[in-house]
Design a protein around this ligand. Structure first.
Ligand code: SAH
Ligand code: SF4
Ligand code: F3S
Length: 471
């Protein structure tokens, strides 16, 4: 499949990640669980909530599948391919379960929510099916499944935000962390399964978000990414004071935790990103100058079919506004190619708007029809597979060009880089990102005093399409 992206590891491609147990944890617990996460950052963040809930019940984490008494897959339904990956993984578990009959297998996340009890019929080895709003019921479900009953909870909630649960940071680099600020989505883009798997939008108590960020900072973390399907529609009202907190106000509160704590957020629906958000970003140096602003399509006709609620002109005006308020802001995008009825001129409109927006990078996908969505009900998935593939290839080639162009413009400039750890290729180099979310790799020898979690001012000498290379 040609689903590719540029510049970064796409979270939806971070398939099958498990995590390190916390020090001593393997020894301390009698029962062990293993969890693999698929899909978006929200799912990775939810797995940290699940780990916390299980930990409270006396379960310890393990990275070793064979050691586990409980295996969980936190799943994604966004495209057919995402579901196929999980199905394939489940078949691999059969062998392990045969050797260890008491072991329980649970499917969590969006596939659990979408398929519900059907999943139990289709995948016989599954013991538990648990939707994204039902993780608090896991201990009871584990007990039920342990007694030999299949256990299911796929109730969606209008309130659940897990706001009081302190996530166990899995596979953490100790520097950057995700903080969930809202759940669900009310947008109903016609291609998208998320409103069905994640339910209605609800925002988390602002005080608990700030407290979590403060705690992370005190434990040495230096960057938080505020997460939600649609962060700029964050809106939380404190019942006692009656005062509401908007996303811009929340950003400000988190930025004030410390000037040394970087703040990022993801994802923004273009329709909701306000001037107030842009001004707040511009005001605080520690709010990163980077916005993920998914376009989906550059054609107004297709955008209407997608129910995105903006036109191509409106989107371009938003991009212009971002650059007016923050000339150095990085913008990235999500693009779907081959949506129902997409003609060559629509595709050219997408290429045109990509060029005009000058994205630093994009996540690019072939349209995958999802059962139950508005598009599946109303429109025909009529663009031939070869055409979809060819258009995707053209979009990828253009994005590669734009990414390289953007990086070449940075040669000779200096950036403040937060050091996240060793570069993947060499332990003699640090890897970090600048405010604009570009990966910067540079020699440790040039900064002998610095450690992971420190800020370095790095001058860019060279670049590739995905990386800036510093001194
Ligand atoms: N809430 C986020 C998107 C979450 S899904 C937002 O609105 O920005 C991430 C991306 O997956 C979407 O932006 C879209 O580009 C892609 N996507 C969603 N449904 C899809 C489908 N049916 N086929 C292909 N790509 C899809
Ligand atoms: Fe899906 Fe649209 Fe909601 Fe994003 S905003 S999660 S694409 S429905
Ligand atoms: Fe996938 Fe669900 Fe996220 S469908 S992209 S895991 S919200």
């Amino acid at each position: 499949m040609l689903e590719l992206m540029t510049g970064k590891v796409h979270d939806e491609q971070r398939q099958g990640e498990s995590y390190k147990p916390l020090p001593g944890e393997e020894k301390a617990y009698k029962k062990k669980f293993y969890i693999e996460s698929y899909g978006c950052q929200m799912n990775f963040s939810d797995s940290e909530i699940v780990a916390s809930i299980l930990n409270e019940q006396g379960f310890g984490a393990t990275r070793n599948l064979e050691d586990a008494d409980l295996i969980f897959l936190n799943t994604c339904s966004i495209r057919e391919k995402a579901e196929q990956t999980v199905r394939k993984r489940l078949t691999e578990f059969r062998k392990i379960k045969k050797q260890k009959p008491g072991m329980l297998v649970g499917v969590l996340g969006c596939m659990a929510e979408r398929l519900k009890t059907k999943l139990l019929e289709e995948e016989k080895l599954v013991d538990m099916v648990v939707g994204p709003d039902a993780y608090r019921s896991l201990p009871g479900l584990i007990e039920e499944a342990g007694d030999g009953h299949k256990a299911v909870n796929v109730l969606l909630s209008r309130e659940e935000t897990y706001s009081d649960i302190s996530p166990i940071r899995l596979d953490s680099n100790g520097v950057t962390a995700f903080v969930s600020i809202m759940r669900g989505c009310n947008n109903m883009c016609s291609f998208c399964v998320v409103p069905f798997t994640r339910g209605r939008e609800r925002s988390r108590d602002a005080g608990s978000i700030v407290a979590e960020c403060t705690d992370l900072f005190e434990r040495g973390f230096r960057e938080v990414t505020l997460l939600g399907q649609n962060v700029d529609s964050y809106y939380w009202s404190d019942d006692s004071s009656g005062k509401a907190v908007t996303f811009a106000e929340l950003l400000e509160k988190v930025a004030l935790v410390s000037p040394l704590l970087r703040v990022r957020f993801s994802t923004s629906h273009p329709k909701d990103i306000t001037d107030q958000v842009l001004y707040t970003m511009a005001k605080y140096p520690n709010i990163c100058k980077y916005i993920h602003l998914p376009l989906q399509s550059g054609s107004t006709r297709i955008l209407q079919l997608m129910n995105r609620t903006y036109t191509r002109e409106w989107y371009m005006a938003k991009v212009k506004r971002i650059y007016e308020v923050m000339p150095d802001c990085g913008i990235s995008s999500d693009i779907i190619t081959g949506f129902c009825t997409e003609a060559e001129e629509d595709h050219l409109d997408t290429l045109d708007i990509m060029e005009k927006s000058g994205y630093d990078f994009s996540y690019m996908f072939i349209y995958s029809e999802r059962p139950g969505t508005l598009a599946a009900k109303r429109y025909t998935d009529d663009v031939p597979e070869e055409v979809k593939k060819r258009r995707l290839q053209e979009i990828i080639s253009l994005q590669n060009k734009l990414s390289l162009r953007s990086n070449l413009q940075d040669i000779g400039k200096s950036f403040e880089v937060l050091i996240e750890g060793d570069s993947r290729k060499s332990s003699e180099h640090w890897m970090g990102r600048n405010s604009r979310n570009k990966v910067v790799v540079f020699s440790k020898a040039s900064f002998p005093m610095l450690q992971k979690g420190d800020y370095a001012t790095v001058t860019v000498l060279d670049c590739t399409q995905g990386t800036l290379i510093g001194a």
